[in-house]
Design a protein around this ligand. Structure first.
Ligand SMILES: NC(=O)c1ccc[n+]([C@@H]2O[C@H](COP(=O)([O-])OP(=O)(O)OC[C@H]3O[C@@H](n4cnc5c(N)ncnc54)[C@H](OP(=O)(O)O)[C@@H]3O)[C@@H](O)[C@H]2O)c1
Length: 274
């Protein structure tokens, strides 16, 4: 594969520093888009039980050697018990047609149900059994993460949160870096906001002769955040991967940081029912 930079997770896995999001693609679209993405050099594919496209993602994965692709899935709240993650793992791997996952995430803490610590214990056991290479969380706030650490002594390797220059998640990122947790960004292009047409981004894009999307993804990758942009368009798929051959200046990074909080409220788009 091409030179995709990686970050080393706390348990030793190498995770590509940019990936492909697959929501809201259905099975057929996911098969087509993931196949194109693999040809372009993507080596991290993000799916979830909730996206109902693991079968399509799995069909596309047949086109690349299994060990070259970092496959992430996530499971829903019905599996929040000590045994649940094993069952979720079996269902996801059967649909994907793989025998291990590179990363399995608790999709949302679901604090009202309050069983995410048990789910975390189940994930730790899955990693010990060698069925998943890395384990993590999604949409966990520092209080949820602290509770996992207090009750099990084990921190997630990754926490996937909604993050872009309009929601910079400073508190989360600080907590993550204190505990060796890699920050993965969903909606990294600020989906549902006018981020990509903001004059600040447009100007920085001009400075570097890049697209606004590339500027935003560079703001993330330059700060060790792993973005998983979704695109179904081959040109944009290629653009979203080409974000390691230019650097934003510290002034440009700061002017992007200053966009924090300027968008309307987060969409919380795919969390209901997780
Ligand atoms: N853990 C969670 O709770 C959670 C929640 C939401 C999403 N996610 C994951 O995160 C992934 C990404 O998030 P997202 O899909 O919400 O948002 P996103 O990646 O920020 O934005 C996707 C949108 O941006 C467009 N786009 C892609 N590349 C572009 C570029 N270079 N320039 C301009 N527009 C571009 C896409 O359209 P085209 O397809 O037409 O290019 C699509 O409409 C999802 O696919 C999913 O895997 C996780």
């Amino acid at each position: 594969m091409s030179q995709m930079p990686t970050v080393t997770l706390s348990h030793g896995s190498e995770m590509p520093r940019v990936g492909l999001g697959t929501s809201p693609l259905n099975d057929n679209d996911a098969e087509r888009v993931v196949s194109t993405a693999l040809e372009l050099g993507y080596r991290l594919i993000d799916t979830a039980e909730n996206y109902r496209n693991e079968v399509g993602v799995g069909r596309a994965l047949k086109g690349a050697p299994r060990e070259e692709v970092f496959v992430t899935s996530k499971f829903n709240k019905r599996w929040h018990s000590v045994d649940g993650p094993r069952q979720a793992f079996e269902a996801s791997t059967e649909k994907l047609g793989v025998d291990y996952l590179d990363l399995l995430l608790i999709h949302w803490p679901n604090p009202a149900q309050d069983r995410y610590v048990e789910a975390w214990q189940g994930l730790i056991a899955l990693r010990e059994a060698g069925l998943v290479r890395a384990i993590g969380t999604s949409n966990f706030k520092p209080t949820h993460l602290q509770r996992l650490i207090d009750e099990t002594g084990v921190a997630p390797e990754v926490n996937q949160v909604q993050l872009s220059p309009v929601w910079t998640k400073a508190a989360e990122r600080e907590f993550h870096s204190l505990h060796g947790i890699v920050t993965e960004a969903w909606s990294p292009l600020g989906k549902g906001t006018d981020l990509l047409t903001h004059p600040t981004i447009q100007q920085i894009a001009k400075n570097h002769d890049r697209s606004p999307g590339q500027v935003v993804l560079r703001w993330e990758t330059q700060q060790a955040i792993v973005p998983i942009p979704k695109s179904a368009n081959p040109t944009r798929l290629a653009q979203n991967l080409a974000v390691f051959d230019f650097d934003l200046t510290s002034d440009e990074l700061a002017s992007l940081d200053a966009l924090d909080g300027t968008a309307k409220a987060p969409a919380d788009s795919d969390r209901a029912g997780h």
